[in-house]
Each structure stands twice: as structure tokens, then as C-alpha cells.
Design a protein around this ligand. Structure first.
Ligand SMILES: C[S@@+](CC[C@H](N)C(=O)[O-])C[C@H]1O[C@@H](n2cnc3c(N)ncnc32)[C@H](O)[C@@H]1O
Length: 213
């Protein structure tokens, strides 16, 4: 579904108490936004924020940032914040390629890649969030035993991601090509895209990769 551009979406995000815009221009790191030492988990491409919000509610002792690069989508995400939502999550209107700039090194415990854009043309593979250039950045910002949790319906992107992770020497802690018919479905929080795909009967791939210690 195409989202309508509503005048003032950026201004709305700028004023929203749960949204952070232009994090790279701030004179502090995103680590300092929360006034506690709880672990930090980041979702890249959080969409309208269902997973981000529900996961934050389930895990009050973890701090969450959901990056979303589309102003229209980030606006929709901010619009669906509830008044009584917990204070352990923020929506970051930004491209997720600036993690190194906006976080301290070795400070993120987990990165979620949920139904990332597949970029099917080989000439666009560099934009894939599991391209080796991104993996190198994740290695810098993730803690020593930090993890990537990835879900996708796209088999080509999934196989590509497994290859990139193997070549870059990550430990694969979990690999399933049918999450919803596997034991790993326990505690799964569905994203918006996942709900749609599951309803259509598509199989969902999931992997968890960890930095080798
Ligand atoms: C296919 S949607 C999936 C949304 C959500 N994760 C879900 O599963 O329902 C991918 C989203 O990621 C965003 N996105 C893609 N690349 C991104 C990047 N490099 N940084 C931040 N957001 C990104 C897109 O704008 C889009 O909203």
C-alpha cells in the first residue's frame, strides 16, 4: 500500500517525544538518550513499528531504537504510538547506515533486520542490509557477543545473507526456512509484513548470527 504524503510529516517527527530526527547532528550519542545502562537493541527498517513497540512492551529492561528511513513510514510509526507506551523505545527517522556515527563502539547487543528491502538487482546488492560492508559496521557497534536477528520471506536475500555471514566469519546460532512450523516460533513477535505473508501462506526464514569471540 502506498502511503500518502501529509504536509508537515517531518515537522511532526521533529516535535514527537518518541521520535529522533538527524541523530548524526546531535552532540551526544544515542546511547545517552536513555538514562540507564540497560542493553540496547536496534531494529533497522522498523516500518510502522508494530514489532518495535510490542517487543519493547515485552522487555521493559531493554532499550530499543527503531530506524526508519522513509519519512512517510516513520510518520505513520510515530502516529501509532499510544499514550501509555513504555519509555524504553524511540523511533529514529534516519537511514540505518549511520550506526557507527551515532552509537558508541561495542554498545549494541542486538540488531534486528525484519523483512529488509530485498534489492534484487545485483547492481544494488550493496544496499542490502546484510552486504559485507554493513556486516563490518555491525561488528564495530555490536558488543563482543552481539547478535543479528533476521527474518525474511525472500529466499534469495536469505541465502545471500547466509553466504555473506559465513564469508565474514559469523557464528550461525539459528537457521530455519520455515519459522512458523519450527520450535523457534515460541515468543515470536510478528511484524506487519510477517502478518501479511503468513496470511498468504508464505514461509518465513529466520537466522540468528553472532560475532565469533
Ligand atoms: C519491507 S519494509 C518492512 C517493515 C517492517 N520491518 C516489517 O517487517 O513489517 C522495509 C522498511 O525498511 C525501511 N528501510 C529500508 N532500508 C533502510 C535503511 N537502510 N535504514 C532505515 N530504514 C530502511 C524501508 O523504508 C521500509 O519501511
Amino acid at each position: 500500500m502506498r502511503l500518502r504524503y501529509v504536509l508537515g510529516q517531518y515537522e511532526y517527527l521533529q516535535q514527537h517525544e518518541k521520535a529522533i530526527t538527524e541523530p548524526e547532528k546531535r552532540d551526544y550519542k544515542l546511547n545517552d538518550v536513555f538514562k540507564n545502562q540497560n542493553p540496547i537493541h536496534v531494529e533497522l527498517g522498523c516500518g510502522k513499528g508494530k514489532f518495535l513497540r510490542e517487543t519493547a512492551i515485552k522487555n521493559p529492561n531493554i532499550n530499543y531504537f527503531g530506524f526508519e528511513k522513509s519519512v512517510k513510514v516513520a510518520y505513520r510509526c510515530a502516529k501509532s504510538v499510544f499514550e501509555n507506551d513504555p519509555d524504553n523505545y524511540y523511533i529514529v527517522y534516519s537511514n540505518g547506515d549511520i550506526l557507527e556515527e551515532v552509537f558508541e563502539n561495542k554498545s549494541i547487543e542486538r540488531i534486528y533486520l525484519n523483512f529488509s528491502d530485498p534489492w534484487p538487482k545485483p547492481s544494488h546488492y550493496k544496499r542490502r542490509l546484510t552486504h559485507k560492508n554493513f556486516l563490518h559496521v555491525y561488528k564495530k557497534v555490536l558488543t563482543h557477543n552481539g547478535e543479528i536477528h533476521m527474518k525474511t520471506d525472500n529466499n534469495d536475500l536469505f541465502e545471500y545473507s547466509l553466504e555473506q555471514l559465513k564469508e565474514d566469519d559469523w557464528n550461525l546460532l539459528l537457521v530455519t526456512r520455515d519459522l512458523h512450523n519450527s520450535p523457534y516460533i515460541k515468543d515470536n513477535v510478528m511484524t506487519e509484513y510477517e502478518e501479511k505473508f503468513v496470511e498468504e501462506g508464505r514461509k518465513i526464514n529466520k537466522l540468528i548470527a553472532q560475532i565469533k569471540i
